[in-house]
Design a protein around this ligand. Structure first.
Ligand code: FE2
Length: 423
């Protein structure tokens, strides 16, 4: 007898009428009309069933701190960084933990079961590192949480960053971060990339840098990151996050750069909600969008994922950690309304994010973890369009969250109940 069968699922591939059989926390079969008994049967009723959403770029140490110690009056990136600097001395391990755990509850309810969070190591107390390591342990049965040692104030610009980074990695932080465009010069930015990649190579860790989060078309640290990836044999383990300067770069140069990125198997993570609000701020009109070249990177065979980046923090006052909101914005900013492009935007918050995080056992194939989300939507486009209720969120074959279907009851025009799904 199986542990669980989900009947009549529509899959992200478009396949309909699929049953998913689960045993011992793993998917054992995906097939129409599986003839077997199970301890629990869930009728998906033709709804979309997907592997969980993945947020491959987030800041859990700052989340839900909106208004502390004050609001970002200008709404700009630089005031956000200044505000974070004002908040840092006030932080406590317990306060960071409670906010992070509140965010994790939202994530589970939204079906986001893997998160890569940067954690600022330019606080010599490393309170946020200690807090998020505890959170990683407390949520591990439900969320795969990876932590990135992130030198927010610059790896070479902040004097104690190298020592703090080493301490954070020794404590168990998973990934080496960086912020080369925030160093004091182009040369120092490149030097920070070199040193940080060497740290990662020596420790056998992945790299995920905030890279070129700038409108400056000459911010080309992604070229250094790509070079160091090749030099140190880090192919497939290195991620360039944001990469917003690529939006403004010379087109000829970008063709060369993208080929180099593909050769080095660099992952790219765009953060559409944040890039569209923080970039292009010094432009008059026309105003640049600031998001990296998602469509073109994908066309070159480079893995591109979308991150949420911020929820209610010094940089972004909105959000509820809904990765479909991120995909929806990415689709609009990237003008990705083509049929295959819609699918690509959904993949950017699911399977592509899993590749960035190098998650084991992610997906719908037999042998994968039975981590699944049943959405109140008939297909991928409907999920993007409606950002619908996550009817069931399943982790290792067990239901860990439920949301009732959303329905409105009209009092006019036939007094019908409506759910906004295609009829
Ligand atoms: Fe970020």
């Amino acid at each position: 007898m199986l542990d669980l069968i989900i009947r009549n699922a529509t899959l992200p591939s478009g396949a309909t009428g699929q049953d998913i059989a689960v045993q011992d926390g793993r998917i054992v079969e995906v097939h129409p009309k599986i003839d077997a008994k199970a301890g629990q049967v869930i009728d998906a009723g033709g709804h979309l069933v997907t592997p969980p959403f993945v947020d491959s770029h987030f800041h859990m140490d700052a989340t839900l701190s909106l208004g502390l110690p004050r609001l970002n009056e200008s709404g700009t990136l630089l005031e956000g960084i200044a505000l974070w600097g004002e908040l840092k001395p006030e932080l406590t391990v317990e306060a960071i933990k409670q906010r992070a755990l509140a965010l994790c509850r939202w994530s589970i309810a939204r079906g986001t079961l893997a998160i890569r969070s940067h954690v600022d190591i330019c606080d010599d107390r490393l309170l946020a590192v200690d807090a998020l390591l505890e959170v990683r342990e407390e949520v591990k049965d439900w969320i795969d949480l990876q932590l990135v040692a992130f030198p927010q104030d610059g790896y070479l610009r902040y004097a104690r960053a190298p020592e703090n980074l080493k301490r954070a990695l020794d404590k168990g932080v998973d990934v080496v971060g960086g912020i080369p465009h925030f160093e004091r010069s182009m040369a120092e930015g490149a030097e920070s990339v070199r040193q940080l990649c060497e740290v990662a190579a020596a420790r056998g860790l992945p790299v995920d840098m905030h890279c070129d989060e700038s409108d400056d078309p000459l911010s080309r640290h992604i070229e250094s990151l790509t070079y160091e990836t090749q030099r140190l044999g880090l192919q497939g383990r290195v991620t360039g996050s944001h990469l917003t300067s690529m939006h403004s770069m010379d087109n000829y140069y970008v063709t060369k750069l993208m080929a180099l990125m593909r050769e080095a198997e660099i992952h790219a993570v765009a953060n559409p909600l944040i890039n569209i609000t923080l970039q292009g701020r010094l432009d008059s009109y026309p105003k640049r969008r600031g998001m990296t070249r998602v469509k073109e990177l994908l066309q070159q065979g480079i893995n591109v994922a979308f991150g949420h980046d911020c929820v209610m923090d010094p940089w972004y006052p909105l959000g509820s950690h809904d990765m479909l909101e991120v995909a929806h914005m990415g689709l609009h900013v990237g003008q990705m309304t083509g049929v295959a492009e819609q699918q690509a935007c959904f993949a950017a918050v699911t399977e592509n994010g899993a590749k960035v995080m190098q998650l084991e056992g992610y997906g719908l194939a037999p042998g994968c973890h039975a981590d699944l989300v049943i959405l109140q939507a008939g297909d991928v486009l409907e999920a993007l369009r409606l950002k619908p209720a996550r009817l069931f969120v399943i982790r290792r074959g067990k239901v860990i969250a439920e949301t009732p279907p959303v329905k409105a009851q009209l009092k006019v025009l036939g007094n019908q109940a409506i759910d906004f799904m295609k009829q």
